[in-house]
Ligand binder design. Sequence first.
Ligand code: NAD
Length: 261
Amino acid sequence: MFLKGKSALVTGSTSGIGLAYARALAAEGARLVINGFGEADAIDALVVELARISGAHAIHVDADLTRREGVEALMAGAADAFGRVDILINNAGMQHVAAVEEFPVDKWDAIIALNLTAAFDAARLAVPRMRAKGWGRIISTASAHSLVASPFKSAYVAAKHGVAGFTKSIALELAGSGVTANCISPGYVWTPLVENQIPDTMKARGLTREQVVNDVLLAKQPTKAFVQPAQVAALALFLCRDEAAQVTGANLSMDGGWTAE
Ligand code: NAD
């Protein structure tokens, strides 16, 4: 359990990839702050599960990270519970699929706020204690869409390219401090975020559900398979190891070959 005594915060960890990160970090003994929406009973059960796996404390902080005050409340909750955040995983994200001339402006604002600005606010608030301790890990779930684009996803592609650039910039600022900053860029991972965009993609492109899965989603991935959340989490765990101390400013793809083309 190489993360015993470390505190980890994963945004958007009640579902999908974030939940896989939380389980993987807990399995290595980390104290966990989880965040995200869901049924209260299910979240309570998750907190109990994480504490049991890690043998350490776990809490959930209910905060809407599209709002700056939400991120500030989350970071304050983590500081109150554990004193500091050693591992910050910026993962909460949302998607909306629409042509640019029809893109709802409130969706644009929410996607930029959650996928990009929340990562800035969380890092800004976590860095002072990481620097003081001389150790920290900032990991952001970017996306293949941080490297290449798809049509009808202008806000998401803009936000994810932003996360990749932000990560490179802070990695340079933090170089030599013991704190690393990296992105993980998955291709399509079968989670509610992907499932929920299928109806809008059917509408935007005039396709059936099966065509969206095979001709839009998996068409991007030469391996013709979805990435698994646990595979993404295993890469994050590696980034937390001392062996990864020199991996910083990287944007690590796990996309079945998508961005190799
Ligand atoms: P998901 O929908 O399963 O999980 C999203 C999580 O974020 C949930 O816990 C949800 O409650 C939380 N969340 C949503 N809005 C929030 C808000 N306003 N404030 C706080 N929390 C909020 O999605 P996922 O597929 O696991 O996505 C996780 C991350 O991975 C996202 O950043 C996404 O862009 C990225 N990603 C996903 C894929 C994919 O194919 N699924 C691919 C590349 C990148």
